[in-house]
Write a protein that binds this ligand. Structure first.
Ligand code: NAI
Ligand code: HPV
Length: 529
């Protein structure tokens, strides 16, 4: 049974989906850990899965205690409340649910823009106080006004489409969107400075990144039109809240609508909370029944699929692969891990790896196969627990440079994986592998010598001078030590030969030393695959 903790008032559909697998015990914990990572750290140890929204801070401190955790599911988009780097290093998959709350958040943005334009929250409060302030609460029309969208991604695009229908002139700044893509949306793509200079309303839809934190600061605001109105449904840290307060106070910014805050919930003493031209919602962008069902349904299914079948979708720290592609990749992933492992056991202190894919493999997403090579290779370099998620992070930590190449060269195999190492030591620097008949793994070359070897179980790899008697001597040595040979594969190039011997039981070090001492032997190593 897997133990899953669900937090942050997620839709109950998540629990239903996970429990329906019959293999998961779900604990809903909305209160116990509150917002305090210390309390969560004490609880997390026994859980295999954790599902959260934005309320839970999954910090390094929490992750250090998460010894059984395999997956964190974010029922929403932003994963900035999760230390993804620390999770990756620990091999924990972090998944989100892109698209599930897009429309709802775009609709909230437009609601806030209209409420801001027509002073609706202020008018409600005024009436509640028994006043009738028609003159003071006069608003502005949005028709014909220019809306500047910063971040033309999922949400930005829905906002663009809907606000064009409201007869706004929509411009956008996003360095990662092409002019053609924007044109297809009938949006004019402009520079950030241009957007600041032209927009009557500005709405933010960028992720929280080091480049976007405080992007709306005093200097940015000074480039905006007098009387601009700002809407923030992205993340609180994108706006320098003190600079915004200053700008609404001196009238440069006519008003602002904030759904998100640098600290959530914000301290009640935050000055901007009292400003009459600023309206607020408590991070409600994604809070509709419809969106919450969609994101909870997505994340629960993704988490179950990963825990039960190893299929990873919408992970932010691992390439996402569909079930069908995973089925095609699976034999290659297993082979790649064995190839990496074999090389890791033969050659230590690697500093550069080039993995070349050719044939059928080039049509697939080969990134998971690369992760498998690294996992196999690095498992013999570390005693830390390692999996497909953490392997690239560990390679980076060890300063190993990894290069992936898709080759169109026609080899004699339908799909070929070549792993070439630059190592600090002597030894075969290259291994080639393929899959026969869609399921049988084969090593077809080691170093410069072609082979036909099955990578499984204990194997003895021998390099020798190609002279008579070597095979007989190796056979006698293994036989006299009661080690049965399963397969004995040979290859040669010039006067050099290579034996890859599958043995039924692992040989003691002393047997390997005996083989090394035989005539014409250059090297003998035992690996376990
Ligand atoms: N208030 C709420 O409840 C919600 C808030 N969000 C926030 O909204 C953000 C955006 O969500 P999506 O549209 O789904 O994400 P997305 O990833 O589809 O779009 C983000 C866009 O920002 C652009 N971008 C990145 N850096 C930029 C920069 N320096 N300048 C301009 N553009 C830049 C990207 O190219 C991308 O097109 C999320 O990251 C999340 O933080 C998301 C859902 C609900
Ligand atoms: O999906 C996101 O990024 C959101 O900000 C939504 O947050 P929530 O799940 O409503 O706490």
């Amino acid at each position: 049974m897997y133990k899953i903790m669900i937090r942050d008032n997620m839709s109950p559909i998540a629990t239903e989906i996970l429990e329906a697998t019959g293999k998961m015990e779900v604990i809903t914990d909305n209160d116990k850990a509150g917002n305090d990572p210390k309390v969560l750290s004490e609880l997390i140890g026994e859980y295999h899965g954790l599902a959260v929204r934005s309320g839970t801070k999954v910090t390094r401190e929490v992750l250090e205690k998460a010894r059984n955790l395999k997956v964190i599911g974010r029922a929403g988009i932003g994963v900035d409340n999760i230390d993804v780097q620390a999770a990756t290093r620990q091999g924990i998959v972090v998944m989100n649910a892109p698209g599930g709350n897009t429309v709802t958040t775009a609709e909230h943005t437009i609601s806030l823009m209209l409420a801001l334009a027509r002073n609706i929250p202020q008018a409600t409060a005024s009436l509640r106080e028994g006043k009738w302030e028609k003159k003071q609460l006069t608003g502005v029309e949005i028709t014909g006004k220019t809306l500047g969208i910063i971040g033309l991604g999922h949400i930005g695009r829905v906002v663009a489409e809907r606000t064009r229908g409201l007869k706004m002139n929509v411009i956008a700044a996003d360095p990662f969107v092409s002019k053609d893509a924007a044109k297809a949306l009938e949006v004019e793509l402009v520079s950030l400075d241009d957007l600041f200079a032209r927009a009557d309303f500005i709405t933010l839809h960028v992720p929280r990144l080091k480049e976007t934190i405080n992007m709306i600061n005093a200097s940015a605001i000074s480039k905006m039109k007098q009387g601009v109105r700002l809407i923030n449904c992205s993340r609180g840290e994108i706006v320098d809240i003190d600079a915004l307060y200053q700008a609404v106070s001196d009238g440069h910014v006519a008003g602002a609508a904030l759904d998100v805050f640098p600290q959530e919930p914000p301290d009640a003493s935050l000055p901007i909370l009292k400003h009459p031209h600023v309206i607020f919602t408590p991070h409600l962008g994604a809070s509709t029944g419809e969106a919450q069902i969609k994101v909870a349904d997505m994340i629960a299914n993704q988490m179950a699929e990963y825990l039960l079948s190893g299929v990873i979708t919408h992970a932010v720290n691992f390439p996402s692969v569909s079930v069908e592609i995973m089925e095609q990749l699976r034999p290659h992933i297993d082979l790649a891990e064995k190839m990496g492992s074999l090389m890791g056991q033969l050659v230590r202190k690697v500093h550069d790896i080039t993995i070349t894919y050719s044939g059928d493999l080039t049509a697939l997403d080969t990134r998971p196969v690369t992760h498998a090579v690294l996992k196999g290779l690095l498992s013999s370099f570390t005693d830390k627990p390692l999996n497909y998620v953490s392997a690239p992070a560990l390679a980076e930590e060890k300063g190993i440079h990894v290069r992936e190449v898709l080759s169109s060269s026609k080899d004699d195999f339908s799909g070929l994986i070549k792993v070439k190492l630059e190592a600090h030591e002597e030894g075969p620097d290259e291994i080639w592998g393929t899959i026969f008949e869609k399921k049988y793994p084969r090593i077809v070359r080691l170093g410069k010598i072609y082979m036909d070897a099955i990578p499984e179980g204990p194997m003895i790899i021998i390099q020798n001078i190609d002279k008579p008697g070597v095979i007989g001597n190796v056979g006698v040595t293994l036989g006299s030590n009661n080690i049965n040979i399963g397969r004995f594969q040979l290859g040669r190039l010039g006067d050099r030969a290579l034996c890859m011997v599958n043995v039924d039981t692992r040989a003691d070090d002393q047997v390997i030393e005996e083989i090394k001492a035989l005539p014409n032997i250059i090297s003998a190593d035992q690996v376990n695959l």
